[in-house]
Write a protein that binds this ligand. Sequence first.
Ligand code: NDP
Ligand code: SSN
Length: 292
Amino acid sequence: MAEVGFLGLGIMGKAMAMNLLRHGFKVTVWNRTLSRCDELVEHGASVGETPAAVIKKCKYTIAILSDPAAALSVVFDKDGILEEICGGKGYIDMSTVDADTSSKIGEAIASKGGYFLEAPVSGSKKPAEDGQLVILAAGEKALYEEALPAFDVLGKKSFFLGKVGNGAKMKLVVNMIMGSMVNAFSEGLVLADKSGLNPQTLLDVLDLGGIANPMFRMKGPTMIQNNYSPAFPLKHQQKDMRLALALGDENAVSMPVAAAANEAFKKARSVGLGDLDFSAVYEIFKVAGGST
Ligand SMILES: NC(=O)C1=CN([C@@H]2O[C@H](COP(=O)(O)OP(=O)(O)OC[C@H]3O[C@@H](n4cnc5c(N)ncnc54)[C@H](OP(=O)(O)O)[C@@H]3O)[C@@H](O)[C@H]2O)C=CC1
Ligand SMILES: O=CCCC(=O)O
């Protein structure tokens, strides 16, 4: 089996790279903070000293990094991907970024003869651990097909969405909806509490009705316990709202609900909640609603 490169061992990257190792892939990892590679090495990974070194060694390399700045940095900066990508090699960026960022990366890689696929994912830490992500790929179809054995390990379903940008846009639309939902959910929990209802009973009622969903089911119990151990960091959700709103601007789509949700996430970041789970936006509604 060909060696797969893997850049970025944050919450998602660590779980995904671990999964590939568990399924017999040979994996060479790199992370900006190199010490984060140690645990993967214990499970059989090799380490590349730089993104360029990983690209040089591997037929194709996957990355999942925090945001557009990070995604651009590993490609264009010193010791970056562009130094070693060449004909026959592939680069798959699974970070959540905007279509422009993805296109810039794709064009630069193509200019060196390499193949590029964007492949952001739906699903969080647990689905990443369980190989249950939803993969939203777009770009070079041949690379998509080459990577399918890895995608089959990482995800429960892969979509090929056509040209570069379509994966990024799909991911931003999905996360824009999710970010708006968690705001409405938070507001509802506060309203239930302030009007004398038991929030746990609200969760039970919601779960039996037409708006039951895995996100409410998973986050509700931890939110009412004020437990925001990060699966999806709030700072990344706010980044996704910001990028989705920019996509709305480009397309003249009015998004008042998403704009209000973005304000709540920004407020949450401004009071130091950015590294907690995105469900910590609930704290902002508690303050606004006068809850204790
Ligand atoms: N967590 C989730 O539930 C999901 C997240 N995503 C998306 O996946 C991506 C990663 O998320 P997640 O794993 O949660 O994030 P984390 O914050 O846990 O990890 C971020 C990763 O990016 C690296 N990084 C940050 N800045 C740079 C930089 N300038 N140069 C190189 N590397 C950098 C970090 O390295 P270092 O260790 O050195 O800081 C780390 O490996 C994001 O785009 C997010 O929106 C998508 C679906 C679900
Ligand atoms: O981008 C993060 C998505 C988190 C999720 O789908 O639960």
